[in-house]
Write a protein that binds this ligand. Structure first.
Ligand code: BDP
Length: 579
């Protein structure tokens, strides 16, 4: 799926700004009363893109479970008459029903990926009205997984939704990424796919385009000189003495695709990826992952796209000498992925498969678990993610889930299908999934190229006992190695830390404890030569749901939620500078 671009042919209109907004008070009243038929009434102002939860002072909106409604009026210029016009959402969390001028246009499930629909015929002359119903409800057929039920209020007797989540971040909702209207000519370029390899000093770009007309492509280097060209919907471009896209040293060519009346520019980085039994190779050189699991999260905006924050985050990652991050636990914005391409940050791209329980081992919940429908939807989400991100040089590996219950007996057949699916889509990138289970119980890492482990010794177990970290972590990592003979990546380790809380000797939650905790984990990591990297949990503090384990969110950040350093940041900076 192509990102909307503007050039001499294609135009883009961004509908970001203030929209009309109304929360449902009674379940699905907006649908029953057909709120989409007329302009919304009893509205408040709501910014787009943003989560709606923290913008107002209304607790019932922050904690709302169910549907809310957004509306925006817009015009398209008369000069677009001959064009094909498309309405595109960067993401709406988690379900969207879109109406144009009172008629349903499209539906989308999944809160972190784009969707679009042609509106050429549906547009009216003059003013148009766009209405979007948005729901944050999650069940076992959704990613992330959740459970919701309709309960009767014991005091008022009214029914309402109750939502249970099996993941550790606040269930922010709303129109989280830009809403755009863009044009193409009637005969247009539908899609492009590139993969790259090297041949000695030369780079090879395999391209294939889907278009309504004859294709001509050229490749220009960063100076604007044409270095290769080809005809036809697919082919290979040879770039002599190619500049490779390297971690920390990105180089992007522009692939210019011309199709009679249409033109599209795709930035392309030439690089190779290979995984051996103990190394992760980028351009044939061993790559050691230094970085973080992150979140799209900030005060007031929640998960809404914020380029100020994105630039700050990348500046901090460069300052601390990080070279990579994982899009825990869902795909991040396209704008962020483009920044990673430009700045040479390596990305492990994760689908929103978090909170996955397979088997009702503990009989804790009465509801069902991950099922056939979840699997089909998981595959569809992987397809959507692949379609969106396939051309990014920064994406070096797919993560198909976070901390699924892979000790459950149903996990192996389930993940066999999931891994086969992503491998069939993309044979060029390795596949991983992060593990929290005990190595002896894990059923699925045989399916993966890289074993990724999340570990919290002296935090969730052996609380406060820093001395257990080194021996336990070392033994644990060695066990994974022994069982699978694959490279091991530590994808999470971290300790909640209240910025400004200082204690000597170090105690849990103090900045000193975080420093010691990380040092001991790093000592264990350094003692294992098959470990291919360390991603600290977490880049910055972030908001979670309500639980007594969290005081105003998860505080495992190396940076605060305001993106300022805790003491550990300086220690890690020194380590990564030298590593
Ligand atoms: C891991 C999860 C992550 C949590 C983290 C924690 O992958 O989402 O936030 O633990 O507990 O299990 O801080």
């Amino acid at each position: 799926m192509l990102y909307p671009v503007e050039n001499e042919i294609r135009q883009v209109m961004d509908l970001s700004g203030i929209w009309e907004f109304r929360k449902e008070e009674k379940e699905e009243e907006g649908f029953h009363e057909k709120w989409y038929r007329k302009p919304l009434v009893h509205t408040i102002e709501m910014p787009v893109p943003a989560s709606y939860n923290d913008v107002t002072t209304d607790r019932s909106l922050r904690d709302h479970v169910g549907w809310v409604w957004y509306e925006k009026e817009f015009y398209v210029p008369d000069r677009w008459k001959e064009e094909r016009i498309v309405l595109r959402f960067g993401s709406v969390t988690h379900h969207a029903v879109v109406y144009l001028n009172g008629d349903e246009l499209m539906r989308h499930k999944g809160g972190f990926l784009p969707f679009e629909h042609e509106i050429t015929e549906a547009l009216q002359p003059g003013k148009n009205r766009l209405t979007v119903a948005v729901s944050n409800l999650l069940d076992w057929t959704c990613l992330p997984c959740g459970e919701h039920r309709i309960v009767q209020d014991e005091f008022t007797g009214e029914t309402r939704h109750e939502q249970e989540m099996h993941f550790d971040f606040f269930n922010y909702a709303g129109i989280h990424r830009p809403v755009k209207i863009y044009t193409t000519p009637m005969a247009y370029i539908h899609d492009i796919c590139v993969t790259t390899e090297t041949d000695g000093e030369d780079g090879l770009i395999h391209y294939s385009a889907e278009a309504d007309a004859q294709i001509h492509v050229t490749l220009t280097d960063a100076q604007g000189s044409i270095v290769a060209s080809a005809e036809g919907t697919s082919g290979i471009l040879r770039v002599q003495k190619a500049h490779l896209w390297n971690p920390g040293k990105a180089y992007l060519y522009d692939l210019e695709i011309y199709a009679e009346t249409d033109h599209y520019t795709l930035p392309v980085g030439i690089r190779t990826i290979r995984v051996t039994d103990r190394q992760f190779l980028i351009n044939g050189k061993p790559f050691y992952f230094k970085g973080f699991g992150k979140h799209e999260d900030s005060d007031i905006r929640g998960k809404g796209l914020d380029q100020v924050l994105n630039v700050r985050d990348f500046e901090l990652m460069k300052w601390i000498h990080a070279n990579s991050f994982r899009t825990s636990h869902y795909p991040y914005s396209e704008e962020l992925m483009q920044m990673a391409d430009r700045q040479g940050l390596v990305v492990i791209d994760e689908v929103p498969a978090v909170g996955m329980c397979f088997f009702d081992t503990h009989k804790v919940f009465t509801a069902e678990r991950v099922n056939e429908e979840t699997c089909a939807y998981h595959m569809q989400t992987l397809t959507e993610l692949y379609e969106r991100d396939k051309n990014h040089a920064c994406v070096v590996m797919w993560s198909v889930a976070n901390e699924a219950h892979t000790s459950d007996e149903e996990a192996l057949p389930y993940f066999s299908r999931i891994c086969a699916h992503i491998r069939a889509l993309d044979p060029t990138r390795p596949v991983t999934s992060t593990m929290c289970v005990d190595v002896a119980e894990d059923q699925i890492s045989q399916l993966l190229d890289v074993v990724s482990v999340n570990r919290y010794y002296s935090w969730y177990s052996d609380c406060g006992r820093i001395e257990v970290v080194y021996p336990k972590m070392k033994k644990d990592l060695e066990n994974w190695r022994e069982k699978y003979h694959k490279p091991v990546l530590v994808t999470e380790y971290g300790a909640d830390t209240i910025a400004g809380l200082h204690k000597l000797p170090e105690v849990m939650f103090s900045e000193e404890y975080q420093v010691e905790f990380l040092k001991e984990n790093n000592r264990a990591i350094d003692s294992c030569d098959f470990v291919i990297g360390e991603h600290i949990w977490c880049f910055a503090d972030f908001m979670t749901g309500y639980t007594v384990q969290r005081i105003d969110g998860n505080k495992k950040g190396i940076f605060t939620r305001e993106r300022q350093p805790k003491s550990a940041a300086f220690v890690i900076r020194q380590r990564w500078m030298e590593k």
